[in-house]
Design a binder for this molecule. Sequence first.
Ligand SMILES: [Zn+2]
Ligand SMILES: [Zn+2]
Length: 394
Amino acid sequence: MSEDDKHKIIIKIDSQADNLWAISNQLFHEPETAFKEFKASQILSEYLSQFGFNVELGIGGLETAFKATCGEHQKPVIAILAEYDALVGLGHACGHNLIAASAVGAGIALAALGSELKGQVQIIGTPAEEGGGGKIILAKAGMFISVDAAMMFHPADRNMVLRQSLASSRLKVEFFGKASHAAAAPEDGINALDAMILTFNNINALRQTFILKDRVAGVILEGGQAANIIPAYTCAEFSIRSLTASRRDYLVEKAISCAQSAAMAVGCRVEYHVTPGYKEIIPNKVLAALFTKNLESLGRTVMIPDLNERMGSTDMGDISHIVPSIHPYLAIAPEKTAGHTLEFKEYCASDAGKSAMLDAAKALAMTTVDIFDNPDLLTKASDELNEELKTKAV
Ligand SMILES: [Zn+2]
Ligand SMILES: [Zn+2]
């Protein structure tokens, strides 16, 4: 990228810093949860349309999703993704307000390059990352078919471009037994709670076979009505994660067999339902190298994470299996500050949050220009993804 373009991007984003910060804070103070992000999607898409973006609000069957497009060229297409959903009960404790502001910030800086922009930029507003899988719904609706690469940033406790995420799934287990008087006639009952307790114990027995980052966490949602009645119905939900989608699927199967064998032991009926979650992120190294260089040029030190790193899950994982993608993290909080906490939430409206949001906007825009300047990089990025997918399929 020419120094001139880089300079223009930095100037543009700095000139809009107060407006971007106001958008971030507005989202922060009026948090909207999954699929209900009506104000946020409106604010973000209106802002982009002021800078010449062609905006479609309500795409892929999702009212609160949007696509904003700019650039005189049709190809290549770089998508910068904006998340803006908050956590139920906690508000913006994952910093999606900062993600949204950085995405539109990058967008307006790229739009300002006008005819110098050698490709198309799409800012895609992706609702419901916290559990609803908005990006997966948009991908199924074909929103990423024409996209050549996708990027976004996420706030964290350190600057990490190559950090991975876990593949996730939800498993709901229900046991149907038979109620009876717990003192007078327990022998007539079929205890659905015993089946549930056995399921948890079976899963705990499996833990000795777990490998790095295998996670099975469960809660009993219904465990019975009263101690003097043999429980006829129990229900639990499990969150199952691992480093790869195939390993996650294996763990889901094992957890199901734990429930089935418990049902057999007790003699009750079991039903289960698997909700497919998110795939693991495949961070694209070609794109990551560009982003890292740009982020370092803005004065940030980037650390290389290993597999022992704390990880969550994101629907960006699924996108990274479709198009070359990066999901870099920028520090807004001191090391070891976990997301989804009140402590992290404070940083999402702090000066450190503002600085990360602005640096992310700049690095996303600069990386987009790098790719437009050298489209061969996209072939390399896509070859890399195909190789990764081939390795995972084995
Ligand atoms: Zn989150
Ligand atoms: Zn998040």
